[in-house]
Write a protein that binds this ligand. Structure first.
Ligand SMILES: [Zn+2]
Ligand SMILES: [Zn+2]
Length: 185
């Protein structure tokens, strides 16, 4: 028997949607999935995984950002929080020791709705996390440029840049643009 890492109440054995074995807190409805049980479940899933999670997915119900660090109910380490989508305050906690995963109330449902329950491991990879940080950086820069140039000028600039990049005369066009007086001999 394990206790809830969040509110320390008793946790009950339950099967989640798609029959994933888990412990669910009788009080806060947080959910703990152990790594080995998840791996077994994943292995028994019929068919190949066809859905690729997308970083910029439209995501319903982002959870509220959380407060205190949680302790793994299985092995006692501190759970690490992982962001799942860029610029969305939705986090999943995972134990680096035993790889168990903690979901606050309704978080598993969000993954179920997005058909991502079989993709859990992917979110914890460096690849995913780096990609996510990259996207967040790009969107911060976009905001910065947009504020600096003004929205409509920035839009025009982006269009012009795209047009230039695709033009076979790019270098000459740029030289023309940069030249203060291209008609002076
Ligand atoms: Zn609880
Ligand atoms: Zn653990």
């Amino acid at each position: 028997m394990i206790n809830c890492p969040d509110c320390y109440s008793k946790m009950e054995r339950k099967l989640l949607d798609k029959r994933v074995p888990a412990y669910v807190c009788s009080s806060c409805e947080g959910t703990w999935i152990s790594s080995s049980e998840y791996a077994d479940w994943l292995e028994n899933q019929a068919g190949k995984i066809t859905i690729e999670p997308k970083l910029s997915e439209e995501t319903p119900l982002p959870a509220v950002a959380k407060r205190k660090p949680l302790i793994c109910p299985d092995c006692g380490r501190i759970l690490k929080r992982y962001k799942i989508w860029p610029d969305v305050e939705f986090y999943i906690d995972r134990c680096g020791g035993c790889n168990g995963v903690w979901f606050d109330r309704d978080e598993w449902a969000v993954l179920t709705e997005n058909d991502l329950t079989r993709q859990l491991y992917r979110f914890f990879t460096d690849e995913w996390q780096n990609q996510l940080k990259n996207e967040e950086m790009v969107s911060r820069l976009r905001t910065m440029y947009s504020e600096r140039f003004g929205k409509s000028d920035y839009e025009k600039l982006r269009e012009t840049k795209a047009w230039l990049e695709n033009n076979s005369n790019r270098d000459q066009l740029l030289a023309y643009l940069m030249d203060k007086d291209p008609y002076k001999s």
